[in-house]
Design a binder for this molecule. Structure first.
Ligand code: FES
Length: 109
């Protein structure tokens, strides 16, 4: 219950404009960092769950990311696949800001 979380710095807040996303790396892993229109942040795994397209090459539309390959769409509030051929949800990560640093939280297993 409430397992430990390891926080990795993935970017400076100024690197990702509001309404955009960016592929980032930290701790030997890749993530996509999203800075949504409403100013909130979220992060996900880098690859579409359908056939592993790089989602950072797709489109961000509000709080939804669209895959560049087959029109798959994921809701970034929940990770749920909401359109296209996706059957598996997208894994999301917690994000927090510490002054200008953006951190992504990983559950420690
Ligand atoms: Fe993303 Fe097919 S690889 S919808």
């Amino acid at each position: 219950m409430g397992g430990e979380v390891k926080w990795l710095r993935v970017a400076a807040a100024g690197e990702v404009a509001t309404g955009s996303m960016k592929a980032v790396e930290a701790g030997g892993r890749e993530f996509i960092l999203y800075h949504l229109d409403d100013g909130s942040w979220c992060a996900s795994d880098p690859l579409c769950t359908h056939a592993a397209a790089r989602l950072a090459e797709g489109w961000l539309d509000g709080a939804t990311v669209e895959c560049p390959w087959h029109g798959g769409r994921f809701d970034l509030r929940t990770g749920a696949g909401v359109a296209g051929p996706v059957v598996e949800d997208l894994r999301l990560y917690e994000v927090r800001l510490e002054s200008d640093d953006v951190l992504v939280g990983l559950a420690v297993v």
